[in-house]
Design a protein around this ligand. Structure first.
Ligand code: BES
Ligand code: MN
Ligand code: MN
Length: 455
């Protein structure tokens, strides 16, 4: 593997410049104004897969943005790794909070700053460069298939259809994804869990038009006041969610597992200082690490209505809205929780308002066992390049495709995430460490090597 190291060292500048070129294309899947750019990003991924040596590379059209596929079948007897990643990114706003423009990548303090630097262009591109490196040196130790999509940040609605229609083409022994985070650069971890997601939008309507808040105020239900109260009522004094049946399906995590997860390094004072908060808040009886991994949540992501322009307008609004997400844990399911939310929300609405609940995308939670050849091969790869054993850790975010791969292809996922929670994904000033980018490229080939040996 020494020649891989030499090749990586010799090509670092180019590997970085190619990532920069990818980051310069604003592939915002949520906003149709960027659709030409999103498609252009698929073309770029296509070109780079071809250049790296993949066969049968194809831009697969869907009802939405394309999926880029490519493969290298070395020997049908070898195990097959299916690499998944996404080339779309979150919207960059609020733009004014970026230190440098989101689609003009720069390096500051040994970090690459750009929208998508970590989530997921930087992490996805590591796999293409690791593949190039293997192809240029000892060859690839496993068969590999790439499936890089462009709708992850908007719920991957066309990916399920593609997977179901291409089961044979996608058949693999393991799925490999870098789209999560690790604990710290000197405390590597492998993500062994993801939360699911149920996401709804609510509309609360009071009177049929905006009213004068003096003429009618005090006598007519204000939908914003009412929505606020309804939302506030959905957590009790212990910060547990009050929707009837919400916790019924939740699998309890064993005392041993909870003990192990709380041994991961965590400093509450640093956490508070990093976020500039005076105190933390969460479900009674659980630690911060547990609250962000093994427990479900309900959060308002946005709330609006009434007058929000300059100055003061006295108005009793007709409507109020909110976008609400619920993070789910095994064995909750997205459809069931959405249904429970809808029934509850409708049942607590007073007669003075009408409510409409509209579900958005969702996804199921997932867990990866650690007693498998796949996990052990990944752990050995980290041990080799970081010099320490990685810690298995469940993460709080969602990648709905992981549960889908398990259902449709009957294959488990290994999540080798090289990001950090401080990379500010989805936020202004998203970044990805140079260390992380190159360490990922260095570590991935070892996974192939050990997996081929151990399988
Ligand atoms: N890469 C993230 C998910 C993630 C981040 C998992 C950090 C674990 C740690 C992914 O791109 C993402 O943002 N997913 C969305 C869900 C999706 C359905 C829009 C999320 O978690 O909000
Ligand atoms: Mn992602
Ligand atoms: Mn994301």
């Amino acid at each position: 593997m020494e020649n891989l190291k030499t090749y990586l060292e010799a090509n670092k500048d180019r590997f970085l410049e190619e990532l920069f070129e990818l980051l310069r294309i604003p592939s915002v899947s949520a906003d149709p104004a960027y659709s030409a750019d999103v498609n252009r990003t698929a073309d770029y991924v296509y070109e780079k897969l071809v250049a790296a040596g993949a066969d049968n590379v194809e831009i697969c059209q869907t009802a939405g943005y394309p999926i880029v596929y490519g493969e290298k079948i070395v020997d049908p007897k070898l195990p097959t790794v299916l690499v998944y990643g996404h080339y779309d990114v979150q919207p960059p706003d609020p733009l004014e909070l970026w230190t440098s423009p989101p689609f003009e990548p720069v390096i500051r303090d040994e970090k690459i700053y750009a929208r998508g630097a970590c989530d997921d262009k930087g992490q996805m591109y590591m796999h293409i460069k690791a593949f190039e490196n293997m192809m240029q040196n000892d060859g690839v130790a496993c068969n590999v298939k790439f499936m890089i999509e462009g709708e992850e940040e908007v719920g991957s609605s066309n990916l399920g259809i593609f997977v179901a229609a291409n089961k044979e083409r996608l058949a693999a022994d393991v799925v490999l994804i870098s789209d999560t985070s690790m604990i710290a650069n000197d405390v590597p971890s492998i993500s062994v869990g993801l939360r699911g997601l149920s996401y709804v939008e609510v509309e609360v309507t009071g009177p049929n038009r905006d009213l004068h808040s003096g003429v009618y105020g005090g006598a007519v239900g204000n939908p914003i006041n009412i929505l606020s109260k309804m939302i506030a009522s959905m957590h009790d004094e212990n910060n547990r969610i009050t929707i009837p049946g919400f916790y019924d399906a939740v699998l309890d995590v064993s005392a041993d597992e909870r003990k192990a997860m709380n041994e991961a390094p965590f400093n509450l004072e640093e956490y508070k200082d990093y976020l500039k908060i005076g105190g933390i808040r969460g479900e009674k009886g659980y630690t911060t690490l547990e609250r962000t991994s093994i427990r479900p949540t309900l959060d308002v992501n946005g709330i609006w209505g009434g007058y929000i322009g300059e100055g003061a307008k006295t108005v009793l609004p007709s409507k109020a809205y909110a976008k609400i997400s619920m993070r789910l844990v095994p064995n909750q399911t997205s459809d069931e929780i959405t249904e429970l939310f809808k029934n509850h929300f409708e049942s607590i609405a007073p007669a003075s308002v009408k409510v409409v609940v509209t579900p958005h995308h969702g996804g199921e939670p997932a867990v990866t066992p650690t007693n498998t050849v796949e996990y052990q091969a990944a752990a050995r790869a980290y041990k080799t390049t970081f010099g320490v054993e990685p810690i298995p850790q469940r993460g709080g975010g969602s990648i709905p495709i992981v549960a889908l791969f398990e259902k449709e292809l009957n294959v488990k996922t290994i999540m080798m995430g090289f990001g950090l929670d401080s990379d500010d994904i989805h936020s202004p000033d998203e970044s990805y460490g140079l260390f992380n980018y190159f360490k990922g490229i260095e570590t991935i080939p070892y996974f192939y090597k050990y997996y081929a040996e151990m399988k």
